[in-house]
Structures are given as structure tokens and as C-alpha cells.
Design a protein. Structure first.
Lengths: 201, 121
């Protein structure tokens, strides 16, 4: 009972926030709505007993990806009002296409899935272990190729980000810790015998 | 089936309390305080000067780089958690699998270190 009430509350908030992401004018508000969507998604995952995925959603999506979006918004700056108005319906055909495809998929799923398929009881061996352990049991062995592919994608993302955004600014002074630590006395200090009445020159 | 969701009831309660407290304090100060706004009171305050410049300053792209590099190692840690839980049952293959994964990301780590992407100029 409480679970289904919570389910409806969180789904409702998630849907409203998702609508706000695309409808709100201010880009920062849009990103904040996206964070609300992520939090509610995490709540829904907890209702499904998928603890690990819920925490992952909060850590990765809220903690990192939303911050990335915020940086993006602040780097690009808000588009000017007139430019926004011109482009508002620019992507409408593409958006409609994606929406129709998703809708068809949903309807097909609802129509062609029998109740036995959706209500398949989880096997005994899976019920004994937690969701996280069940995930770990197959991810690194049975799905090892996908796992390694994920590693390669992460590597590609890392290299791409560095290549695209990393520039050495000319004329920036920095510290070289190794050079500082390995300075010898004779390279810094010179002892000179100074005769009385004469300078060092 | 053990229901994990009930373990999160205290978290839900604390979250609701936090929302109630923060919005309650905000609402109280709004309701109890005297509201007499005028043009100068509503103007943005900038050390007594007229506000100058754009309100939304632009960020340098290097913040983006730092955030992106953070995400990648964040995900690496996320992959380590279930692995650590079931490592005893995984056998040699699971262990080697993770070591290859870590080696691939270490290549990237060495690259970004040598490239100076971790230095703040």
C-alpha cells in the first residue's frame, strides 16, 4: 500500500520535473529539474529493491553528470531571447519522430507482453542474494566483453575530453616541484671574499 | 522476499523533515516580517555600486575537463563495488577481467597526468 502510494508520488514528480526540463526557459532551472528527475528515479529503484542502482544514479547522475550539464550551461551562457524564439520549433520534426518511436515501443510492450512474462517470479537462488551481489555475479564473468567495452569507452571519453579542451596557456608560470627539491647549494649561493674598501665587482 | 525499501523509511522521514524545516523557516520569515518593497530594495546589491556586467558569468572550459575526468574515475569506483562484494566467488577470470579494466583506465590516467591535464594553470 505505502509502496504503491510512494510509487505514484515519485512517478508523478518525476514526470512533472521531466516536463519542466524541456519547457522551462531558464537553462539552469532546466538542469535543476533534471536533478529532481534523477532523485525520483533513484527512489523508484529503491522501491524495486535495486539499492545499488539507486545509489549509483545519485552518485553518477546527480553528483557528476548534472554538474557537467551545469558547467555546460554556464560555459555557453543563455542563448539570447530572440535566438531562442527562432529556434524553438527548429527540432520539432525530429522530436516528434523520437516521441512516436518511443510511444509505439511502449504500446507494443504493453500489448504483446503476457502477464506471465511480466510477473516471472525471481528464481530461488537470486532471492537469497542482494541486488548488488547478483549484479556482480554476472557483470565481470558472463558479461566480461561488455565490461571491457565499457572500460574502453571510458578511456575514449577521457582522451577525447583532454584532446578537445586541454590547452597549455602560453606564458603561465608554474611550479616545478622536482626542480625545487633538487636545488643544490652551489647553484644558489656564492661566497665571495670581499676586500676592505673594495666592492664585489 | 526481503524488502529493502523499508530500510529507507528513516531516510524518507529525515528528507521530509529537512524540506519542512527549510521551507517552514523561509515561509515564516516571509509571513512574519514586514514587507515594504520598493525599487531600491529589490535592486541587486553590488557593494553599493550600480550593478555592472552580465549576471551569468561564463565559466572557463577547464572546469568541464575536471568534471569529466572526475566522472570517469567515479564510474571506475562504481564498477569496483559489486566486484569487491562477490570477489570470493568470482574466481580467477573475474579477477583478471577487473585487472584488465583497471589497466585500460590506468593508461588513460598516465596519459592525462603526462599531458598536464591535472595541473591547474
Amino acid at each position: 500500500m505505502a509502496v504503491s502510494v510512494l510509487f505514484y508520488i515519485m512517478s508523478f514528480v518525476a514526470l512533472v520535473a521531466a516536463l519542466a526540463v524541456v519547457l522551462v526557459r531558464e537553462p539552469v532551472t532546466s538542469v535543476l529539474s533534471l536533478i529532481v528527475v534523477f532523485f525520483n528515479g533513484a527512489g523508484l529503484l529503491i522501491l524495486l529493491n535495486a539499492e545499488f542502482l539507486a545509489v549509483l544514479l545519485v552518485i553518477v547522475y546527480v553528483g557528476a553528470i548534472a554538474v557537467l550539464f551545469l558547467f555546460m550551461v554556464m560555459m555557453v551562457g543563455g542563448a539570447s531571447e530572440s535566438a531562442q524564439r527562432g529556434q524553438r520549433y527548429h527540432a520539432l520534426p525530429l522530436a516528434l519522430l523520437v516521441a512516436v518511436v518511443l510511444l509505439v515501443e511502449l504500446v507494443l510492450f504493453a500489448v504483446f507482453t503476457t502477464s506471465e512474462q511480466t510477473a516471472t517470479p525471481i528464481s530461488e537462488s537470486l532471492q537469497a542474494v542482494s541486488n548488488t551481489e547478483a549484479l556482480g555475479g554476472v557483470l565481470y564473468t558472463r558479461y566480461a566483453p561488455m565490461f571491457q567495452l565499457a572500460g574502453l569507452i571510458l578511456l575514449a571519453a577521457m582522451l577525447g575530453a583532454i584532446l578537445l579542451t586541454h590547452r597549455r596557456l602560453p606564458g603561465v608560470k608554474g611550479q616545478d616541484a622536482a626542480a625545487q627539491a633538487s636545488v643544490a647549494k652551489k647553484r644558489r649561493v656564492r661566497l665571495v671574499d670581499v676586500k676592505r674598501g673594495e666592492g664585489t665587482q | 522476499m526481503p524488502d529493502i525499501a523499508t530500510d529507507y523509511v528513516p531516510i524518507v522521514i529525515v528528507t521530509l523533515l529537512a524540506f519542512a524545516l527549510s521551507f517552514g523557516v523561509l515561509a515564516l520569515s516571509y509571513l512574519l516580517g514586514r514587507q515594504r518593497p520598493d525599487k531600491d530594495k529589490n535592486a541587486p546589491y553590488e557593494c553599493g555600486f550600480e550593478p555592472s556586467g552580465d549576471m551569468s558569468g561564463l565559466f572557463h572550459v577547464r572546469f568541464y575537463l575536471v568534471a569529466l575526468l572526475f566522472i570517469i574515475f567515479d564510474l571506475e569506483i562504481a564498477f569496483l563495488f559489486p566486484w569487491a562484494l562477490v570477489l570470493a566467488d568470482l574466481g580467477v577470470f573475474g579477477f583478471v577481467s577487473m585487472m584488465i579494466f583497471l589497466a585500460v583506465l590506468t593508461v588513460g590516467f598516465i596519459y592525462e597526468w603526462k599531458k598536464g591535464a591535472l595541473n591547474w594553470e
